[in-house]
Design a protein around this ligand. Structure first.
Ligand code: ZN
Length: 133
């Protein structure tokens, strides 16, 4: 684990959340990207090296839609940048954590990602991400 790469926030509607976060952070959204395989549309904000990812579901039964139905809008995950996602997945599995993804998958913002189940992490969904080089 190198550092917190971003914090993911589940929102109902990017159209209203993007200008709100632009006003809050006093910066422009620098990227919007839909990841069809994850059924999410994302929007990214950067303040120095702190990144925020907003996530809106593109499907009524997508993971973000289900999360909001259960818990409401709010912080959805904390993502840690890793040097070698395969090595980090092996390390966490050996330490007894449950990985949601058996293999890394393609995420937004040019990343390979894998989620760690929140049942062993005090209810916090952890994302591992490695820049695709
Ligand atoms: Zn994320």
């Amino acid at each position: 684990m190198l550092k917190i790469e971003h914090i993911g926030i589940a929102v109902k509607d990017l159209k209203s959340a993007v200008p709100l976060f632009e006003a809050l952070l006093n910066t422009h959204c620098y990227k919007q990207e839909t990841v069809e395989s994850e059924q999410v549309s994302t929007a990214f904000f950067l303040k120095q090296d702190s990144k925020i990812e907003l996530l809106e579901s593109t499907a009524a039964d997508g993971v973000i839609a289900k999360f909001i139905a259960r818990k409401g809008e709010g912080v959805h995950h904390i993502a840690f940048e890793v040097e070698d996602i395969y090595a980090e997945m092996e390390r966490l599995k050996a330490a007894g954590f449950t990985l949601i993804n058996a293999e890394p998958k393609r995420g937004a913002d040019n990343k390979m990602i894998c989620f760690v189940h929140p049942k062993e992490t005090n209810g916090v969904l952890i994302e591992l991400c490695q820049e695709i080089r």
